[in-house]
Design a protein around this ligand. Structure first.
Ligand code: ASP
Length: 599
């Protein structure tokens, strides 16, 4: 053991203790005859002082140190002289007086400055990930991730859950993305698919009698990568037998509340987590993952707009669309340039336009409102009564700015929900320390895919509809509500799950409705359908994403990549391993694969 002293654990009570410490990445400061060197080890930073009178040899070694070299030091711990303490670091009251020092390894100069966190180009950081991970914030992110997972394991073990691994080489288990395929050498022309989630496997485990299962599972989805997506993501995959919605949600609420109190106590969590119905959140926030840290709720203005002289509003209603808006408090004074900026923002999110209506703060009340107090590009088409109506519905008062969008419902909701987030940010309403969790429930079972002209499962096809909605399968599938729930926080979806169908005949009914033939059902889902015939218990589960959760808890993480040790870039490349990469022809031959020339 080269280390008997922990760098980061040094405290005044260690005064006088002798021992050895080792680590890398010294930052050297020469100070008269001394050399101060801040040693970084996995657990933190300690200051080492080299006195030529104490040990000329150690002092000589210290003088030779360069950035990122690795050394071991033996010495004696002492309190720092009065006035030399550093209150900003946990070890700031003590230092180690070096008696001997030895260089364990030298280092090339790193390609970027490890003390300037997050400044270097991300591609370079990923190319040298083993150096990037040495920076304090990346290091902390990865340790936080470990704490989260360790907590989850302890919590679930205490509640009788069994952790079970499931195969990575398996058959497509669909979550609506493209599969990653792995060719089989022993069965030329045949392929495994990497699981998009262990969904069918955990259901099989319920049939197998494991009433409480979990796994920290990797899920593989070949889909377009965005800031918060990776081809492979990690989720806490969980399934329980003999439960209904509230059993699953209650467990997750307790897990999250307790875990965050332990691993990120500086974060504020609002309890209890509200349960909100999908229809309500769509109405009030325009999205199924609302940021609930602030109000700015949307109001439906369609009926008021039906009689408007403003063609942009009335026309949208006549075309079967909707009109919605919200009040931005205290923003009546926004300049033309500022409202144009908001309009451009809404337009890049799909809206045709945005109608701002400012109600002058000089107006004493809405009842006595005249058009003198109203500023809007469409002011001459609006009446005081109409503006008053918009103000009442959106909750706007004099001094506020009403922002209105008109068009088809999905477009209006998308644009306004994002504008709402933007205004929350601009007005400083989104407390960065607060985690505003909520469960969204009662999702539609299916959504209509207009391009493919077909119904698709909103969650996945194993989700059960509300019991009383089965008859709607034939008459009004769009009206069926599912036993599907999401966990959301601060505008992000953190988990999805559902109570499942646990009977073959019913599972086939849904599959048939989605267009599967009997052969397709057997070929793709025969394993699950078969199992459902052998006394499958009622069951349900959920799968909270780990990456996004850690990103949220870390607070400072810029992207999901900052909480993954070895992530891929937005284009799916690993710059460190330089993969994906071509393979030698012999390896392809063995698999019976020929690569078609790129077009
Ligand atoms: N398999 C689902 C998913 O990955 C989660 C679940 O329904 O439990 O989103």
């Amino acid at each position: 053991m080269q280390k008997t002293i922990s760098c980061g654990g040094l405290r005044p009570e260690h005064d006088g203790q002798e021992g050895g410490l080792a680590g890398g990445g010294p930052r050297r400061r020469d100070h008269g005859g001394l050399v101060f060197s801040a040693r970084r080890a996995a657990d933190g930073v300690a200051q080492v002082v080299f006195h030529p009178e104490d040990s000329a040899e150690a002092h000589g070694v210290a003088e030779s140190l360069r950035s990122e070299w690795v050394v071991s030091v033996t010495g004696i711990v002492r309190k720092r002289p009065a006035g030399a303490e550093n209150p900003n670091i946990p070890t700031g009251a003590v230092e180690v007086l070096a008696r001997a020092a030895q260089v364990l390894n030298e280092s090339k100069t790193p390609p970027f400055d490890l003390t300037q966190e997050g400044q270097a180009d991300e591609l370079l950081r990923l190319r040298y990930r083993y150096l990037d991970l040495r920076t304090a914030s990346m290091h902390d992110n990865i340790v936080l991730r470990h704490r989260v997972v360790a907590y989850i394991r302890r919590f679930l073990d205490d509640r009788g859950f069994v952790e079970i691994e499931t195969p990575i080489l398996i058959k497509a288990t669909p979550e609506g993305a493209r599969d990653f395929l792995v060719p089989s050498r022993l069965h030329p022309g045949a392929f495994y698919a990497l699981p998009q989630s262990p969904q069918q496997l955990k259901q099989l485990l319920m049939v197998a009698g494991f009433e409480r299962y979990f796994q920290i599972a990797r899920c593989f989805r070949d889909e377009d990568l965005r800031g918060d997506r990776q081809f492979e993501h990690t989720q806490l995959d969980l399934e329980m037998s003999f439960v209904d919605e509230e059993d699953v949600l209650g467990l997750i609420e307790e897990l999250y509340t307790r875990m965050i109190a332990e691993v990120a106590p500086e974060r504020r969590v609002l309890s209890p987590f509200p349960r909100l119905r999908y229809d309500d959140v769509m109405e009030r926030y325009g999205t199924d993952k609302p940021d609930l840290r602030f109000g700015l709720e949307l109001a439906d203005l369609t009926e008021l707009a039906r009689a408007s002289e403003a063609q942009a509003l009335r026309g949208a209603v006549e075309a079967g669309g909707i009109v919605k808006g919200f009040a931005a408090p205290g923003c009546a004074g926004y300049s033309r340039r500022q409202t144009d900026e908001l309009t451009a923002f809404a337009q890049t999110r799909g809206a045709r336009g945005l109608l701002p209506i400012a109600i002058d703060g000089a107006a004493t009340s809405l009842d006595t409102l005249t058009m003198e107090h109203v500023r809007s590009p469409l002011a001459r088409f609006l009446t005081p009564d109409e503006v008053k109506g918009f103000a009442e519905r959106t909750g706007a008062a004099p001094g506020d700015l009403i922002l209105i969008a008109a068009g088809d419902a999905p477009t209006v909701n998308t644009a306004l929900s994002q504008l709402r987030n933007e205004m929350g940010r601009r007005l400083g309403l989104a407390d960065p320390n607060l985690l505003a969790f909520a469960f969204v429930t009662d999702f539609p079972l299916f959504e209509w895919d207009a391009e493919e002209e077909t119904w698709l499962p909103s969650h996945h096809l194993f989700t059960a509809p509300r019991e009383e909605h089965w008859p709607l399968l034939e008459s009004d599938p769009g009206a069926i509500r599912a036993r599907h729930y999401d966990l959301v926080a601060n505008g992000m979806e953190l988990a999805s799950g559902s109570i499942r169908i646990h009977n073959r005949e019913r599972q086939e009914r849904v599959m048939r409705f989605l267009g599967y033939t009997a052969e397709q059902m057997e070929e793709r889902f025969g394993q699950l359908l078969g199992a459902l015939e052998y006394g499958a218990p009622p069951h349900g589960g959920i799968a909270p994403g780990i990456d996004r959760l850690v990103m949220l808890l870390a607070g400072r993480a810029e992207s999901i990549r900052d909480v993954i040790a070895f992530p891929k870039t937005q284009t799916g490349v690993d710059p460190l391993f330089r993969t994906p990469a071509p393979v030698p022809p012999a390896q392809l031959d063995e698999l019976g694969i020929a690569v078609a020339p790129a077009e």
